[in-house]
Design a protein around this ligand. Sequence first.
Ligand SMILES: Cc1ncc(COP(=O)(O)O)c(C=O)c1O
Length: 316
Amino acid sequence: MRSIGGYLELQLSKGEEFYPSLLKLNTGRNAFEYILRVRRYQLVHVPYYTCEVMLEPLRRLGISFQYYTIDEHMDPVLDFEVGPTECLLYTNYFGLKQETVIRLSTQFKNLIIDNSQAFFSPPQEGVDTFYSCRKFFGVPDGAYLQMDSPIRLKLEKDVSFERFSHLIKSIDLGIESGYEDFINNNVQLSNNPVRRMSALSQKILSGIDYKTCRYRRNSNFMYLHDFLEAYNDYAFDASVVNGPMIYPLLSSSPNLRDKLLDKQIYVASYWPNVLEWTTKMMYEHYLTSHLIALPIDHRYTHADMKRILNILKTTL
Ligand SMILES: Cc1ncc(COP(=O)(O)O)c(C=O)c1O
């Protein structure tokens, strides 16, 4: 029975989730595990260019994997076969690779799309696809999974209030003050069992104005691209941007990251583990050390983008 009265709770807007009909799970890596447990693949082709936490489920389930390389368009170099008990895992890099996702989905039956960096890219019909919500929104965790299968795993619901501190600390004390908690809360996500999405994450995700978030991402992205295209060694089709995660600037110009950091512009590194997995001769190694992931999310306007450009203009 629902109680009436008592103290007032944190009040969040009521709305609709972006993917109301997909499965709701606790993390992206665990959505990947869910797929592996249902599909029972014996070998997974994993890109060298991905986050190491994607190996957690493979190790946990004792499934073999083989790395594959990507080309300068960040498309897979398909010089291998995907056998009937194997599958291809592909990341929709920065939310800019939907065309490749569509092409792969016509080529491969056993395909898993990692849309952790592509929240706004819709899943292709019949393709196992997962999303990680914390890469796009202020939630401690949460993942969506599309998978057509009569098999459903029976799962407990996750509880995420203990991984929430960075999200409230930053409101009171600023983003830098919450950083240590952010790191610690990330660590808590490792080796966490597959569970259903927590009520806390789901409630936050139900109150987000997705239309505005997507609009701001597209607008900020294009503002940067108008200037940076001429300097960017990563060439991509900007006519199809759909709420991308960051603006990827690939440049051999040294110290870009440090110059931005000096002015309190923080850029994430995707992904430090790739430097260990690859040799210096490999494209993935170069990408990891030279790709600058410029923030373009809903918190920012063109004035912020201009600040970023002013710093880059003195360096590029
Ligand atoms: C490309 C990619 N896929 C999947 C994940 C895992 O998502 P989650 O942290 O929700 O498990 C990450 C990072 O954590 C990632 O960068």
